[in-house]
Design a binder for this molecule. Structure first.
Ligand code: NAD
Length: 479
């Protein structure tokens, strides 16, 4: 099968077939580097979404009976085909969402390990025996797939999210309806083609492309959907949470962040500097776990600002296919306006630009600000661009307090050789993830990934998805 009818027009993938929108409409997907037309995709309707859900529901009855060894084989094959089609996937990540080659390779490698880790899940769908107080009662729990899983993904890491969430859902015996970002339909449809090529049965994985604000509610409010996993902005996450609360549909929300990095006076700046740059400038700062706040103990503050500004001015902004290029175009005009307005607001209220602040086409230079205070929007709000601020602190305690002064709680980092302070920070930071002497930007297939507060609810990863995408049933036998 071919999810792509021609190079420019994408269709939904429903019940193992490529199908156009029932409304006959399409939408444009622009290459964010220069806003040229990258492709067109079917503009999904409520009817398209219902048809995908019906396909997933009907496929579930047979898919749930597939054997672990079959699902394991299919998923291992998905990873093998990904390797065979690597160049095509990398091109798509570069031209559809503006990934520099380094980020595209990073995402590809993560995606491969997500799929292979998911293959290992197939044999791990276990319950347990439970002691009973009733004489002769044999008691156990059995674990079963939930049914139809609705997956909604953002533009910035479409391959990581697709490989992790779709592969885990399918490994566990669920079927899937996937609404990808309207800015990244192609990479998702490429993966649908690969899942199908690998042998995943028709109807087990369905993709509907379109505008989330037009058809998202048709997915999240449908009573035939048994679980929703959403990754995206906190505002839409809140909306989805409210819909799911009404129908009591379980939901995982992976939302935005304002992740802090605390650097104590005993840290080795030679080791910290390359990691600091990696924490925020990768993919133009369009990473939920990017570090948009640095708190540096005063003895190191001036030196850190000087070296970070120097590093920022050297971050590669060349051809996206050049391995030295790090800075990506900002994905859309709306996001560009957001990044610009955050910088302008801070500067107009007295912040100092230590590096960057200017634009080259759709790319914002890596930007470092000092003198940021709470009156400035970027102090507390997610910017989602290559923009960070540095604040001096007088003690570890002040660093912890300031790091915790946020409604978000996704990733965090601390650099120090003081094990007591490091572990105290890990315990007391109100974030779902904490890295000691490592950058906030880190992910692996089998870890509990996720955040608290405005950063979301629940975790994802093989073990977390095993819990979230299956249910336990208590069974007893009176002997
Ligand atoms: P977004 O919220 O604009 O869109 C995300 C998805 O939601 C898209 O697929 C969109 O089509 C869909 N959507 C829109 N309206 C909907 C509705 N009413 N119902 C259902 N779906 C709807 O986010 P984005 O701009 O694509 O991504 C950036 C955001 O994602 C940032 O806030 C970032 O921090 C967050 N993010 C979080 C994680 C994480 O794991 N925590 C990872 C990546 C990105």
């Amino acid at each position: 099968m071919d999810a792509k009818i021609d190079t420019l027009t994408l269709q939904h993938f429903i019940g193992g077939e490529n199908v156009g929108s029932s409304g006959g409409e399409k939408f444009d997907v622009l290459n964010p580097l220069d806003d040229s037309l990258y492709c067109r995709a079917a503009r999904g309707t409520g009817d398209d979404m219902r048809s995908a859900i019906a396909a997933a529901r009907s496929s579930f009855e047979s898919y749930r009976e597939t054997l672990p060894k079959e699902r394991e084989r299919w998923l291992m094959r998905v990873a093998d085909i990904m390797e065979e089609r690597k160049a095509e996937i990398l091109d798509c990540l570069i031209d559809e969402i503006g990934s520099p080659i380094g980020k595209a390779m990073f995402e590809f490698d993560k995606g491969l390990s997500m799929v292979r880790a998911a293959a290992g899940l197939c044999r791990n769908v276990r319950g347990e025996t439970i002691p009973s107080d009733v004489p002769g009662k044999f008691s156990m729990s059995i674990r079963a797939p939930l049914g139809v899983v609705g997956i909604i993904t953002p533009f910035n890491v479409p391959l990581i999210k697709t490989t992790r969430l779709v592969a885990n859902a399918l490994a566990l015996g669920n079927t899937v309806v996937h609404l990808p970002s309207e800015m990244a339909p192609h990479v998702t449809l490429l993966m649908a083609e690969i899942f199908s090529q690998a042998g995943i049965p028709a109807g087990a994985y369905n993709v509907v492309t379109g505008m989330g604000h037009e058809i998202g509610d048709d997915l999240t409010s449908n009573s035939d959907v048994d679980f929703i996993t959403f990754t995206g902005s906190s505002v839409i996450g809140q909306h989805i949470n409210e819909i799911c609360a009404k129908s009591k549909t379980p939901v995982t929300l992976e939302l935005g962040g304002k992740s802090p990095t605390v650097i104590l006076k005993d840290a080795d700046l030679d080791k910290v500097m390359p990691l600091a740059a990696r924490s925020i400038f990768m993919f133009g700062g369009q990473l939920c776990i990017g570090s948009s706040r640095f708190y540096v103990e005063r003895p190191l503050y001036d030196e850190f600002v000087k070296r970070f500004a120097m590093a920022a001015s050297k971050v590669g902004m060349g051809d996206l296919r050049d391995p030295n290029t790090v800075v990506a175009p900002i994905i859309s005009d709306r996001q560009r306006q957001r990044v610009k307005s955050h910088i302008e607001d801070a500067v107009s209220k007295g912040a100092t630009v230590e590096a960057g602040g200017e634009w080259d086409g759709n790319r914002c230079q890596p930007t470092i600000l000092t003198g940021v205070n709470e009156d400035m929007t970027l102090c507390k709000d997610e910017t989602f661009g290559p923009v960070t601020s540095i604040y001096p602190i007088d003690s570890y305690e002040e660093g912890l307090e300031k790091a915790n002064d946020t409604v978000y709680g996704l990733s965090s980092a601390i650099f120090t050789n003081d094990i007591n302070k490091a572990l105290h920070f890990a315990k007391n930071i109100g974030a779902g993830m904490c890295h000691i002497n490592g950058p906030t930007v880190h992910d692996e297939a089998h870890i509990p990934f996720g955040g608290n507060g405005e950063s979301g609810v629940g975790r994802e990863g093989t073990d977390a998805d095993l819990e979230a995408m299956t249910e336990l049933k208590w069974v007893t036998v009176q002997l």
